[in-house]
Design a protein. Structure first.
Length: 286
């Protein structure tokens, strides 16, 4: 486990200590019929229609260098495109929130501002957010972004057009794609479609549906003709969700719940008493 993974897991475990174990258990793990996306990288031509439509719909500004921060750090877009060169070919890769089935960001959120909806998308709720940004630290895909220079900062990430889903509509990016590189539907049906494409066109796709099992499974799935590790995807995440690691940690060390709070209280009181008691040197100076 590298340094970032350690911090992610530690932060997630620490925040889990402060809330009930089922605080964010909105959806059971077996709910495979949730709204999902299948992104076929081999069909994407990099036109950017999905990005432009999303930005226009949600009023997301173009990323630019500002306040001493480079443009990539001010990139608040829900959907992004990046290009990777492989064997002399430029491959366009669309990226956004993976909408994990057991999201680390929701488990780490102390106030349930980051929430896994029954429909499948993971959304952020402004009225509940206290600005701790544990969601940013815990996400294995580094997705949530913070509006550092806004007077009323938000956590920004793809919501899979959740409000549209509740009205029976599809995400705007799916409607905008001219190549049908993005397919929208229930997760189990999309997994079946991905397997069918792999089976029906031997040699076209690598035999790996990214997101089917990564970190416990995600609601955004990928197909590719190039191995995912060559496209910059993280392939070291394993198949266990990050919240599951924290549950194992809590079962292993239950005494922390009894010792940690009194320890912090004792340190706080001792510090306060030391600060209140005048020293010999300060009395002489008076």
């Amino acid at each position: 486990m590298n340094r970032r993974d350690f911090l992610q897991t530690a932060g997630l475990a620490a925040s889990t200590l402060l809330v009930p174990a089922n605080a964010n258990a909105a959806v059971p793990l077996a709910a495979t019929r949730q709204a999902s996306m299948l992104i076929d990288i081999s069909r994407c031509v990099g036109c950017g229609s999905c990005v432009d439509t999303c930005m226009t719909t949600y009023g997301i500004p173009e990323p630019k260098a500002d306040h001493g921060r480079p443009a990539d750090e001010n990139d608040l877009r829900f959907v992004r495109l990046r290009t990777v060169s492989q064997n002399g070919e430029d491959i366009s890769i669309r990226q956004q929130c993976m909408h994990c089935r057991e999201p680390a960001c929701a488990a780490a959120c102390l106030t349930k501002a980051m929430y896994k909806t029954p429909e499948g998308p993971v959304i952020w709720r402004a009225s509940k957010c206290m600005g701790c940004r544990y969601c940013m630290l815990s996400c294995p895909f580094e997705v949530p972004k913070f509006e550092y220079f806004s007077a009323n900062p938000r956590i920004l990430k793809c919501r899979m057009c959740w409000e549209r889903l509740t009205d029976g509509k599809t995400p705007v990016c799916v409607e905008a794609c001219p190549q049908e590189a993005v397919m929208f539907g229930e997760r189990d049906a999309l997994v079946a479609e991905a397997r069918k494409r792999i089976h029906d066109t031997p040699g076209k796709y690598v035999e790996h549906i990214y997101g089917e099992h990564e970190v416990g499974g995600t609601n955004v799935l990928y197909l590719s003709s190039v191995p995912f590790e060559k496209l910059g995807f993280r392939t070291d995440l394993g198949t266990v969700s990050y919240p599951e690691y924290c549950r194992e940690f809590l079962y292993a060390v239950p005494f922390i719940l009894g010792i940690f709070p009194p320890l912090l209280l004792g340190i706080s009181r001792a510090t306060a008493e030391n600060a209140a008691e005048p020293t010999h040197e300060s009395v002489e100076q008076q």
